[in-house]
Design a protein. Structure first.
Length: 393
């Protein structure tokens, strides 16, 4: 926790803006991955298995970069790392448009995934060093969603319409170039690495082991979130709702996710992290009940919007709790692979649970992840902050 007397240099507007933009750039390719895979299939003649491996290659590079960041994130210059990673990401994607070999395409996507993840991890770690990470994590996630939504809306009728698969990459690179000037504001390092050594020597403090509980809560929560998001349209189709109505509803749910993130930003640390997380977990249980409505599109739609609102709201608080328990500043970057692993595991589990055509087991699973993650967050926070500090939660 920062001393109110000391001014935190990481709260400077330019640095916060750089962290938010770095996160948005880092999430850029992930957000357009569906149309990248779709155009790869349409224009490169790839089958479902092949584009599935493209997605896996991206996550391989993504998770390797972010898991390894635990060891390098506080040892290398952030500004230099971003200056290296951004061109590598762009060049790798561009290389994938000119190679004929599928194997080289896989390599290009894996390398790009690692480069984008490095940028994303630095942006996340930077914002974790601010005095109010809950606020800026909320803004960060909202900015990521907004930029992704803009590209998903614009690219199909512009660059993709003209250049096909290559147009997807061109659109991503144009967005990167447009946002790149903000990256010049990224500092060479943060503050926790410097403060942790002196704090440990002066007070005998050590890294809280309960940060792992908060990280596990983030992974479990996002596994459930990605599971329901992957199949939310299928649940509606199973109930025989109109495809056109479902398409409109999906776009509306993204707005609710954005509102959830902005609400997290507005709340900041006013109510701590645990109380908002518990409230959101309760709302998720309500949403699962509403999604089980088979005869009312309105009830189903409310459940879908409520659940995506919860996802946008709770993810910033989960990451913030990790940042709050992260004494030396190396652990907050592990929220990135935690989210990535959850994103990989959730849809697979959802597919197994709904294999028989019954989505009730999936809804129970998502409800269980909300409960388990809430318990993990609560126990980690209270064990790490014994005594009067609990009054802040």
């Amino acid at each position: 926790m920062n001393s109110p007397i000391q001014k935190n240099a990481m709260d400077a507007g330019t640095i916060v803006a750089a962290g938010i933009i770095a996160s948005a750039i880092g999430a850029l390719f992930y957000n357009v991955l569906p149309i990248y895979l779709g155009t790869a299939q349409d224009y490169r003649g790839l089958d479902n298995r092949a584009i599935g491996f493209l997605s896996s290659a991206f996550f391989l590079g993504y998770n390797v970069a972010t898991i390894s960041a635990f060891f390098w994130i506080r040892r290398f210059s952030w500004s230099l790392a971003v200056a290296i990673a951004a061109p590598i990401a762009a060049i790798s994607l561009a290389a994938g448009t000119v190679v004929d070999s599928y194997a080289l395409l896989l390599v290009s996507v894996a390398v790009a995934g690692g480069a984008f993840a490095a940028i994303y991890g630095i942006g996340t770690t930077l914002l974790g060093d601010t005095s109010n990470p809950a606020r800026w994590f909320g803004v960060k996630i909202a900015a990521e969603a907004m930029l992704g939504a803009i590209l998903l809306l614009v690219l199909p009728s512009t660059t993709i319409a003209r250049w096909g698969f290559n147009g997807t990459v061109i659109g991503v690179i144009i967005a990167m170039v447009f946002l790149a000037p903000f990256l010049f504001w990224i500092p060479s390092s943060g503050r926790k690495w410097l403060e942790s050594d002196s704090a440990a020597s002066d007070n005998g403090d050590h890294q809280s082991p309960y940060v792992w509980g908060a990280l596990l809560a983030t992974l479990v929560f996002f596994a459930g979130a990605s599971a329901i998001w992957a199949f939310i349209e299928r649940i509606g189709a199973h109930s025989k709702f109109e495809p056109e109505a479902l398409g409109v509803l999906l776009s509306i749910t993204l707005v609710f996710a954005l509102v959830g993130s902005l609400l997290a930003a507005a709340l900041g640390g006013r109510f701590g992290n645990v109380k908002p997380f518990l409230a959101g977990a309760l709302l998720s249980l309500v949403a699962m009940t509403l999604l089980n409505a088979h005869d009312s599109f309105v009830v189903y739609a409310i459940g879908a919007c409520l659940q995506t609102f919860v996802i946008g709201l709770l993810l910033p608080f989960a990451i913030t709790e990790v940042a709050d328990l992260d004494i030396d500043g190396r652990y907050v970057v592990l929220t990135v692979p935690a989210i990535g692993i959850g994103a990989m595991a959730g849809p697979g589990i959802a597919g197994v649970l709904s294999q028989a055509g019954d989505f009730a087991p999936l809804l129970v699973f998502v409800a269980a992840t909300a409960v388990v993650s809430a318990i993990l967050i609560t126990v980690s926070a209270r064990r790490a902050r014994p005594g009067p500090v609990q009054l802040r939660i």
